[in-house]
Ligand binder design. Structure first.
Ligand code: ATP
Ligand code: MG
Length: 730
């Protein structure tokens, strides 16, 4: 292996880190300064120059995707050099590595060979059962909070026996639930995410010979994104490193964004005091972004008080200003983004160079629809697409059953969601009857009730379910689609089910359900479905969206993701949407300085994903979670230097909505400009002879062809040809 090849394409500081003697090393540097690149080159250096065995290297990455990428980069660097086979290398996330260890040493970890991993949904379900088993009220002992308690303790390395409730009855109950939950998991051979890490740590503590084995093996430990390690991960690395092994960590305190999940940015400073002779190397040149994007991001993050302090410069091009677009509403925002994506493509760019970043998952739906309308391939990264999310599938299953009782998959999905006492056994009997008599599940359920085959409690639960569906259909049939869906979601009990969770995840499920109602409100079926009843058309539309639109793996596609999952990635073109007070920073974070700083770091992470061009958009009114909200532009926008920004203004003929904020920068007001000929303006209240009153949301086309979208209070959203609709301005 040629040394030069390994040091090619690195600056002096990076070389210093890559070629450092075997020692403990911290690479502390801002976004895009090549930390991950240094880590990859260091591994290649260890293999190629230090002649380290691949078996002696352990590399920890933040996501599985990052691990795969890293492997590819190392392969590219080392090529086919026969002396540098890197197959034995361990590379993965903390969870992945812990899992691998536990599989290999399941006996020593007190686990059955076939132990199963509990994902967070499974964990919640199990916790619920434990709470009920203790005759406790789920409303008082929220499963979410219990899960939070258990996971938090595990992240801190604490078992029930290590916790002293100090006579506090509430703490005692939490503790008991933790204990029973854990016993249940142990009996069933189940391991939750936090348990993976804790067990792997205990393996070190309780089985010195195993620890010793790995200490002797992993002479070189490397960790990316170190600022987001939690207490147990730190302790695990600390033990594994012992006094002899060498640890290289790379990180950026300004990108610590998982504090809410137990990550401890202090681990960076702790490393320097705990690890013998640890040295710090700072990288200061950014290679990713234009000078404009970089100086704006630097200025933003300077508003945070608690920082280790770093310099970051670039000798790259000045680049274009950051474009800020004040959208009229979220539809306008989505169409703006799509318009720019099309322009990017027309100018020779590809879609996989582009990313759309948002604060909450629920924001993706409107963007997804706009992309689909324009047939732009997209992929949702690190999350499910809107219509594939659990709560949305639950709601859709109810709606499908209303329209078609023979939909067996939907029947199975919701017959006991929320739980109504119809157990697996009963469902089994229904299935059997259906099979034997050639009926669908719905018919079989009715038959079983009529013939009194089911036991008393099960029978009454099943007939209640049947009545519920019949009633829902009868009572909501005549209502506008969005009102109908709202009723179904609430009366079916889905709403209550998720509302009771009272946690981030439960909250996000409720938000998604609200978003579903919202989707129905603005839904207008395309031509092919125009004659169907609205519910049928909506269900078909949702099924198509869920099934087909996600780009296949090899097709170049725009990536949609939350700001959190964008960490470590980079894209030539980035859109940050919903940059508004109350969204980003979120309402809760805005009120607490610690959380506000974390939110600002998240903004820094988002901005520094952009290589060539960054758009930041905010909407003056936004219908999200079923509510109309009026947001001011985010304080983060105001913290950016004005010389790095340009406001986007669209000329009237170009598009559908007018940019606003014409008086002073970021001063929101509703757009007043009328569009061609119609005499209407966006946001205006109107009356229609048949549909009643509503608000003008959107328009397309011009002259006699001009169609306007009106959101009627009762009838929901409709597209109307302006010249026929005889809308009366109010
Ligand atoms: P983040 O903090 O976002 O994880 P990072 O510090 O890990 O960023 P990298 O992803 O390693 O940064 O590098 C950012 C970009 O700069 C990559 O495209 C990388 O290939 C490029 N880069 C890094 N160092 C150099 C260099 N010396 N010369 C040219 N390009 C470089
Ligand atoms: Mg990185």
């Amino acid at each position: 292996m040629e040394i030069e090849t390994l040091l090619d394409g690195l600056n002096d500081k990076q070389r210093e880190a890559v070629a450092a003697p075997l020692e403990n090393l911290l690479v502390l540097a801002g976004a895009g300064s090549g930390k991950t690149r240094v880590l990859v080159h260091r591994i290649a250096w260890l293999l190629g120059v230090e002649r380290a065995s691949p078996y002696s290297i352990l590399a920890v990455t933040f996501t599985n995707k990052a691990a795969a990428e890293m492997r590819g980069r190392i392969e590219a660097l080392l090529g086919s050099d026969p002396g540098s086979n890197h197959r034995g290398l361990w590379m993965g996330t903390f969870h992945g590595i812990a899992h691998r260890l536990l599989r290999a040493h399941h006996l020593d970890a007190n686990l059955p060979a076939d132990f199963q991993i509990l994902d967070s949904d499974d964990q919640l379900r199990l916790i619920k059962r434990v709470i009920r088993g203790q005759n406790l009220d789920e409303k008082q002992w929220l499963p979410r909070s219990v899960a939070g308690f258990i996971n938090g303790k595990k992240d801190d390395g604490l078992r029930p026996r290590d916790i002293d409730p100090l006579g506090d009855p509430v703490a005692k109950t939490y503790l008991r639930l933790y204990q029973i939950y854990q016993e249940t998991c142990d009996r069933a051979g189940l391991v939750d995410f936090a348990e993976l890490l804790l067990r792997a740590h205990e393996l070190w503590l309780h089985k010195p010979h195993i620890l010793q084995h790995y200490q002797q093996r992993f002479a070189h430990i490397l960790v990316d994104e170190f600022q987001d390690t939690n207490a147990i991960q730190y302790a695990w690395i600390r033990l594994l490193a012992g006094d002899r092994n060498h640890v290289m960590i790379v990180g950026d305190d300004d990108q610590s964004i998982y504090g809410w999940r137990g990550a401890k940015v202090e681990n960076i400073s702790r490393f320097l005091s705990d690890f013998k002779g640890a040295r710090t190397i700072r990288l200061e040149q950014n290679y990713r972004s234009t000078a404009t994007i970089l100086s704006a991001a630097n200025l933003l993050i300077a508003n945070n008080a608690e920082r280790l302090g770093k310099e970051l410069w670039t000798d790259g091009a000045e680049g274009e200003p950051i474009s800020v677009y004040a959208a009229f509403n979220e539809l306008d925002e989505a169409r703006f983004v799509v318009g720019r994506l099309k322009a990017w493509k027309d100018e020779g760019g590809t879609l996989d160079e582009c990313a759309i970043l948002y604060r909450n998952n629920a924001q993706s739906r409107v963007l997804e629809e706009a992309l689909m309308q324009e047939r732009l391939a997209y992929r949702i990264y690190g999350g499910l697409r809107f219509f594939e999310r659990q709560e949305i599938k639950d709601a859709m299953a109810y709606l499908r059953l209303l329209g078609n009782r023979g939909d067996d998959a939907s029947f199975e999905r919701v017959v006991n969601t929320p739980t109504r006492g119809i157990g697996e056994r009963t469902v089994g009997l229904i299935r059997e009857a259906a099979r034997d008599q050639g009926l669908n599940l719905w018919q079989a359920a009715i038959a079983l009730c009529e013939r009194k085959v089911l036991a008393g409690r099960a029978a009454s639960a099943v007939s209640q379910f049947i009545n519920l569906i019949n009633l829902l259909e009868r009572d909501t049939d005549e209502l506008p689609l969005h009102v109908q869906i709202d009723r179904v979601v609430r009366q079916s009990g889905l709403w209550g089910l998720y509302e009771a969770e009272k946690s981030e995840k439960g909250q996000s499920r409720i938000e998604n359900l609200e978003e579903l109602v919202n989707a129905a409100r603005t839904f207008s079926p395309d031509e092919a479905m125009a004659d169907l009843p609205p519910l049928t058309a909506f269900v078909a539309h949702a099924a198509l969206e869920a099934g087909e639109s996600q780009a296949d793996e090899f097709e170049p596609a725009v990536q949609l993701m939350t700001l959190h999952s964008a960490k470590g990635l980079e894209f030539p073109l980035v859109f940050m949407v919903g940059v508004e007070e109350g969204m980003f920073p979120s309402q809760i974070s805005a009120e607490e300085s610690g959380r506000l700083e974390e939110e600002r770091r998240l903004c820094y992470v988002g901005m520094t994903r952009a290589m060539r061009k960054l758009y930041m958009t905010h909407a003056e009114s936004r219908r999200l979670y079923g509510k109309e909200m009026y947001h001011r532009p985010s304080r983060f926008l105001k913290e950016l230097p004005s010389e790095c920004l340009e406001e986007v203004r669209l000329r009237t003929q170009v598009s559908w909505a007018q940019p606003v904020a014409e008086q002073s920068r970021f001063n929101p007001r509703l757009t007043q400009e009328s569009f061609n000929d119609t005499g209407l303006r966006l946001g205006q209240r109107v009356r229609h002879a048949k549909f009643g009153e509503g608000v003008v949301l959107n328009y397309e086309g011009s002259g006699p062809q001009c169609r306007v979208q009106v959101n009627f209070d009762e009838a929901g959203s409709k597209w109307l040809v302006a010249s026929y609709a005889r809308l009366e301005a109010l």
